[in-house]
Design a protein around this ligand. Sequence first.
Ligand code: ZN
Length: 184
Amino acid sequence: MKKALIVVDYSTDFVATDGALTAGEPAQALDNYIADSIKTFIEDGDYVVIANDLHTLDDPYHPETKLFPPHNIKGTSGREIYGKTGDTFKQFKQHENLFFTDKRRYSAFAGTEVDLRLRERSINEVWLVGVVTDICILHTAMSAYNLGYNIVIPEAGVASFNQTGHEWALDHFENSLGAKIIRN
Ligand code: ZN
């Protein structure tokens, strides 16, 4: 086991047309790629992390309450993993090489077990997919960089509601974090 796929925030609220904080069609276009990647990583004996935002409504202690409309609220359908990716997640939910984690900050590493679990398995390469490129993927990539992981980001696996931010982030991953970008 050498590498891990980290699927960030691929939930109904971030992806579906009627999602509360949706990146819309660019996010929906990732579904097949992410679902296939989960399957491939599991079948190859690699590791998969599904990291999903968890909020409570109007949480006065959470900085995002002032920044974004309510999203990924505990117990709502908006938190469910979207589409074919959601089906593939359910298929492998009990697999020992798949780890689901709630997260409270943009980064999948912030306040979660992700770093510990990767280190236990001597994994030093992370592949980041999901949404959105210039917020949660960016912050996850920065954590991975600071923790010393090699980073791979497939262009076909990330999207944003902000195309300018998306392109800036891809450039930042490559030129400032030393990530390998797999171009379309
Ligand atoms: Zn959030």
